[in-house]
Write a protein that binds this ligand. Sequence first.
Ligand code: URA
Length: 211
Amino acid sequence: MEPTLLTSPPATRSPRGRRTSPKVRADWERLSQEIRACRRCPLGRQRTHAVVYRGSLAPRVVFVGEAPGAEEDRQGIPFVGRSGRRLDAAIRTLGLGAGAYGVLNVLKCRPPANRFDPKAARTCRPFLDRQLSLLRPALLVTLGAHALRAIDPDAPPVLTAAGRLRAGADPPLFPLIHPAAALRSRRWSDRWDRDLAALGEWLRTGPGTNL
Ligand code: URA
């Protein structure tokens, strides 16, 4: 059976050939429903849709964003706006097929004015932990400062950490700047491209080849 994909694009076999058991799929569905029903913090009472996940249930790489924006809130799918298009182009550049990756956020509901809300992130945190323990990715790629801090509170500032593997993290962690930053100026676009090339190199020829 192919790994389950929760939104398009169509499934391909996970590169590691990992299968999702019926139990994992049932647990995932239950967790997703819990997230969609959550009203534990003010963000949950203001949103249009909780934004759970898109991608494979047996991903090699999971990209961790910060919080849904307006378009994500409208559609209930992570990274479907402008920064999502930049992210998807990056994923294509990395050569990750549809069965090989997933995308989610630290916060499941859009914060007002897109301002990251650390208190809501603490309330939301068990959802992220449960998602990652079901997905069991071989590599996490954080997008932006808030995602990096949520996953690795001891990491240096994102501009220092981005573009190289964080040694000792489990699963391994490769921070990037946020794709929205790459849309803002030539300088950050160049930085995004450079860090992405380093990630591609690590996946293709470094230890990441075996993940
Ligand atoms: N920015 C994020 O961090 N996540 C999204 O889903 C969209 C934009």
